[in-house]
Ligand binder design. Sequence first.
Ligand SMILES: [Zn+2]
Length: 443
Amino acid sequence: MRVRCPGCGRLYSSLIPPTCSCGEPLRITYDYDSIDPSAWRDRKPGVWRYRELLPEVHEVVSLSEGGTPLLRAKLGGELGLKIFIKDETRNPTGSFRDRLITVAVSYGLPHADNGFVIASNGNAAASLAAYASRAGRPAYVVVPKLIEQGKLNQIAALGAKVIRYGESVDEGISYAEGLAEGKGLYNVTPESNLVGLEGQKTLAFELWEELDPTHVIVPTGSGSNLYSIYKGFVELREIGAIEELPRLIAVQAEKCSPIASEILGVEPRAEPTKALGLYVKNPVMKELALKAIDESGGTAVLVGEDELDLGQRLLAKEGIFAEYASAVIVPALLKLAEEDYFERDDRIALVVTSSGLKGHYSESRERFSVGGTKLEILRLLSEKSMYGYEIWEALEKPLKYQAVYQHLRELESMGLIEETHRRGRRVYYGLTERGRRFLETLG
Ligand SMILES: [Zn+2]
């Protein structure tokens, strides 16, 4: 693996940001001329089968990820097309993110004595929780306010420390970077560290070995999966395995469409969608995702909220229970088929990224991450508005003032408290309506 900035020549090692300090985008490369893909055939399926095209690690932290089934879709028969489903729900924690995390955790292990951190809207956080446990290190996960209950349950059961921050996942990225620096954690957030994307790209290698697709349809939130798949196919071209890239098709929700809207030339929207995994308002990897679509000759499709259930039902007919954020690919496929986008001999791969078992968004999630000190703060604020120092004194606990300030920020980001007024430099906080209801439900 090599990471040298094509602009200024700077070399990168342990933490590899997506962009060089000089502003040039970075890319992890290998000695492509020396790689012979026929060596892969005799190895067992999975991410590490492709080790020549992965970062070198001292120790592999694995739960046997990748090597997921490719199923022929019955739906293809009805549409007169060759359609295959790459079932990523069969990964250890139920999503494609295990590919990213096995590589990022294995690579980061020597730098993670204090643990790992990630900003994620759920799947990558759950995956990090599992792999960090496996490696015997703490995991800190920064997840947004809007997240499915099932994902929170999974993360907590696997023992990660949960920090709720921001409404959509992109807002947590710099927060996670701050935590990494403050606590000396290894940050595996894909927007902050390119190493994990190397694991995600193995999806492309598997698709090539099993199908050699002409089209790959990918649910797209942050754009990181789309970009990794693109990078995987570009490398297959570099080593001479393929001549042309398959067309990459990004699917987004109509309600949150920062990437697809650019391709389709429509006004972008950035509202919460039921397909919560795709709710990324300002994707850091937008330009890379656009490049992937553009260079592969692909396109983008927008899917409405009322089409999500249909997507889930049609996948269920194939025997697969997918989350909404994955189910979007089916209505997208139907739209493209209706427009005669495909030809009869095309080999079309649908990537089902994550299991539906992780559940839907639910209000009851709040109860989960509000612990002792936060509850005490809420109870204090239920009596009157108070400012930070006043709260710190009233708590009568051996806490640093900064810790109280942090609790206040988190309670505010969860929508349970708000600023009521200021007096001089003092900022007073009080309960929101939601905070009041929340306390009531606890009795
Ligand atoms: Zn540079």
